[in-house]
Ligand binder design. Structure first.
Ligand SMILES: [Cu+2]
Length: 331
């Protein structure tokens, strides 16, 4: 049989490996469903990494198996192996490939981070002066009399400096819905500043621009919704934010992704993505349910005990009674 030329063989192997890798990259099924606009960006990036990893796996493992077979010790062969001293072109080639991959993935990841708004969290504050002034008064009482031009500087201090802000497309826009998210051992509390609703579960409308201002009452927690591909730490004394557009109505888990204490594993709740009409219904039903709505809005949570603070939501909060008791005993 005539020998197949090595270059042709390499080409065929290259094509087969590429096709298999591309297929695996599209069909691995390792990720949960996508439920946010941001999820698509993250998944595309992940899939590219899977394609590259599959190709490298096949090439490296294939080379090992080939060498095991081709260069095995034959019957009766007691000679030494060939004294191979190194191969500069091969070394340069195998240094260049990882370098190109790392630089490429690094650049791509920065692009994804930028598209998700990672470079400019807190930027939407610049256009919503009402919120800004309220924040300034809230946090910088001594600066209330400062001239308006100072708001830029004040804004920098009070807006969330960390997290995912608006995508470049939406930069400067006020989000459709803002929710204050507070992490505490061992629950999440969601407050809707525009309606005064306080809930233990997050309700958001689909296809709308939602901003979460995340804070922590005690230790570091991490707000994670796997189906949104978004995770953000809740840090004591430092506000972080997440801005996203949920795309699929449904119920998804919110998981605390930072070991935060003995009952960390139980620190779970749900995010319910409604259609915009359902969300309005939910909002109206919740506002109607709250008889002391005005008082709730006016109450300063800082002056309340944990028991008072949690009273309106104790039913909605899906937390164990012992952790609630543990919570209140600390106050
Ligand atoms: Cu936690």
């Amino acid at each position: 049989m005539k020998q197949i030329p090595a270059s042709l063989l390499t080409l065929v192997i290259g094509v087969v490996v590429t096709l298999i890798s591309l297929w695996v990259g599209q069909n691995h099924g390792w990720l949960p469903e996508q439920a946010s606009e941001q999820a698509v960006l993250v998944d595309d990036f992940f899939n590219v990494m899977v394609v590259i990893a599959t190709a490298l796996f096949l090439v490296v493992q294939g080379a090992i198996l080939f060498a095991l077979f081709q260069f095995r010790q034959r019957q009766g062969d007691t000679t030494d192996g060939e004294p191979i001293e190194g191969n500069l072109p091969l070394e340069a080639f195998w240094t260049a490939i990882p370098a190109v991959i790392v630089i490429g993935l690094g650049t791509y990841s920065v692009y994804v981070f930028q598209e998700m708004g990672g470079f400019n969290p807190g930027l939407q504050e610049a256009n919503s002066q009402g919120t800004m002034v309220a924040q300034v008064m809230d946090e910088q009482v001594s600066d209330v009399g400062a001239p308006l031009v100072d708001h830029g500087a004040a804004d920098k201090q009070v807006a969330g400096n960390y997290g995912f802000g608006a995508s470049p497309m939406k930069e400067g826009n006020t989000p459709d819905l803002t929710v204050e998210v507070k992490g505490l051992q061992y629950a999440w509390i969601f407050t809707y500043p525009d309606s005064g609703i306080v809930d233990g579960e997050l309700h958001v409308p689909a296809n709308q621009d939602v901003l979460l201002n995340i804070s922590s009452q005690d230790v570091i927690h991490s707000f994670w919704v796997p189906q949104f591909r978004l995770k953000q730490d809740a840090i004591p004394g430092e506000e972080t934010e997440l801005r996203f557009v949920a795309t699929k109505p449904g119920t998804y888990s919110v998981v605390c992704a930072e070991l935060c204490g003995a009952y960390h594993g139980g620190m779970r709740t749900q995010v319910i993505v409604h259609t915009p009409e359902d969300f309005e219904q939910w909002r109206e039903s919740r506002v109607a349910q709250a008889p002391h709505q005005d008082e709730t809005v006016a109450a300063n949570p800082a002056e309340m005990t944990a028991t008072d603070y949690l009273a309106p939501v104790s039913q909605a909060l899906n937390i164990h009674t012992h952790s609630l008791a543990h919570l209140t005993s600390e106050q």
